[in-house]
Design a protein around this ligand. Structure first.
Ligand SMILES: Nc1ncnc2c1ncn2[C@@H]1O[C@H](COP(=O)(O)OP(=O)(O)OP(=O)(O)O)[C@@H](O)[C@H]1O
Length: 336
C-alpha cells in the first residue's frame, strides 16, 4: 500500500494519509484556498470545520482529484494528485453531501455496480458485498430496491458502497446531516470499526459537535486559510474560554458585581456570566464576593466556544440551517 511511502524514507513520524503544502485554488479572481497546508496521519480521524464559504468543499474536491490546484503540492495516500490521479482515486472513497445511489436498483446491485467501476472481479465483488452489507447491518435488505429505504438506510448503504473497493482513506462531506442521533451513532460505529480493524483514515466535514469532539485532529478553516488546528483537547485548552455563571444574592449584590465586572454578560435576569481569565480568578472572586452569591456554576471551555470565538459563527448554524431544512422538507414530501 502506498501509505508506506512516507515511512519508507525511514522517518519515525507516522505515515501521512494526506499531505497538503501551500495549496492555492482560485475561481477567477476569488481565492478559495489561500496557501493552505495540512497533514493527516494514516489511520486517524480528521475533522475539517469552517463556516460557509470557508473552502471545505474546494479542499475536498482537490483531495479527491475532482479539481486541480492553481499552486501547491498535494499528496493523497502517498500519490501526487496531479501526476497520479488514478492511483489516488483507487485509494479513496467518497461519501458526498447529496445522495448518489441509484434508487431503482437494489442494495446489492448498487454495490455491485460500484465494484465493477473499480475493476473488481466477480469473486472480489461478492465477498465485498457480503462484508459491507454486514458492516452496515443491511444484510436483510440485500435485494430490496433502494427507493424503499429510509434516509438513514440510504446513508448506511452509501458508506458501504464507498468502502467496497477497500480504500485507505474515506472522505465524508457532512455524512450524518439531517439524520437522527441513533442513526448518527450507528454510522460512526461502522466507521470506527473499519478504522480499528484495518486502519482506515477518516476525513470528515461535519457541524455536529459530538462528531468533532470524537476526532483525533481538528482543523478549522476560514477564508481559505487554517485558523486553528489540533486535538479537541488541545483546542479547548489553548483557545477555549472558561466561564463562571453566578447568581448574586440580592439586587444590591448584583449591582456591586456588575460594577466590579463591567464586561460581564447578563444571560438572564439576576444572573451574570464572567469570563474566567486566569487561575486566580475564581479564588479572588470568592474572597471578595463569596458571601454575596447565592449560586455559582463553572463552565469548562467547549469546542463550540472555540469555533464561535474564532469564526464569529456557531458551529450548528449550518447543520440546522437552510440545506438541512430543505432536505427534511424533501424527505417529508417524498414520504407522502
Ligand atoms: N464554482 C465556483 N465559482 C466561483 N466561486 C466559487 C465556486 N465554488 C466556490 N466558490 C467560492 O470559493 C469559496 C470557497 O467555497 P467552498 O464551497 O469551498 O466553501 P465551503 O467551506 O465548502 O462552504 P459550504 O460550507 O457553504 O459548502 C467561497 O467564497 C465560494 O463562494
Amino acid at each position: 500500500m502506498t501509505l508506506a511511502a512516507s515511512s519508507a524514507k525511514g522517518s519515525a513520524a507516522p505515515a501521512l494519509a494526506i499531505d497538503v503544502r501551500g495549496l492555492v485554488v482560485r475561481y477567477g479572481a476569488q481565492v478559495a484556498l489561500d496557501g493552505l497546508s495540512l497533514s493527516v496521519a494514516a489511520g486517524s480521524s480528521f475533522a475539517l470545520l469552517g463556516p460557509n464559504g470557508a473552502g471545505k468543499s474546494t479542499l475536498m474536491s482537490v483531495l479527491s482529484t475532482l479539481r486541480q490546484a492553481d499552486a501547491g503540492e498535494v499528496r493523497v495516500a502517498g500519490h501526487d494528485v496531479r501526476r497520479a490521479a488514478r492511483a489516488v482515486r483507487q485509494s479513496i472513497g467518497m461519501v458526498f453531501q447529496d445522495p448518489s445511489l441509484d434508487d431503482r436498483l437494489s442494495a446489492e446491485e448498487n454495490l455491485d455496480f460500484h465494484g465493477r467501476v473499480y475493476g473488481m472481479s466477480g469473486r472480489e465483488r461478492a465477498e465485498a458485498i457480503d462484508r459491507m452489507l454486514a458492516l452496515v447491518e443491511l444484510e436483510d435488505w440485500r435485494e430490496a430496491v433502494v427507493r424503499s429505504f429510509s434516509g438513514g438506510m440510504k446513508r448506511r448503504l452509501e458508506i458501504a458502497r464507498a468502502l467496497m473497493h477497500a480504500p485507505g482513506i474515506l472522505f465524508l462531506d457532512e455524512p450524518t446531516v439531517g439524520l437522527d442521533a441513533q442513526t448518527r451513532n450507528k454510522i460512526w460505529a461502522y466507521l470506527e470499526a473499519e478504522r480499528q480493524s484495518r486502519g482506515l483514515t477518516l476525513f470528515t466535514t461535519t457541524h455536529y459537535i459530538e462528531e468533532v469532539a470524537a476526532a483525533d485532529q481538528i482543523c478549522i478553516v476560514d477564508r481559505g486559510r487554517i485558523i486553528a488546528e489540533g486535538s479537541p483537547e488541545a483546542l479547548r485548552r489553548d483557545l477555549g474560554q472558561p466561564w463562571l455563571h453566578i447568581t448574586p444574592a440580592s439586587e444590591a449584590d448584583y449591582a456591586a458585581l456588575l460594577a466590579a465586572f463591567p464586561d460581564a454578560r447578563t444571560p438572564a435576569a439576576g444572573n451574570l456570566s464572567l469570563a474566567v481569565t486566569g487561575e486566580d480568578f475564581v479564588p479572588d472572586l470568592l474572597a471578595r464576593f463569596g458571601n454575596r452569591l447565592s449560586a455559582m456554576r463553572y463552565e469548562a471551555p467547549t469546542l463550540e466556544g472555540v469555533f464561535l470565538s474564532l469564526t464569529g459563527r456557531a458551529l450548528r448554524d449550518r447543520a440546522e440551517g437552510g440545506r438541512e431544512a430543505q432536505r427534511s422538507a424533501g424527505r417529508r414530501a417524498g414520504r407522502r
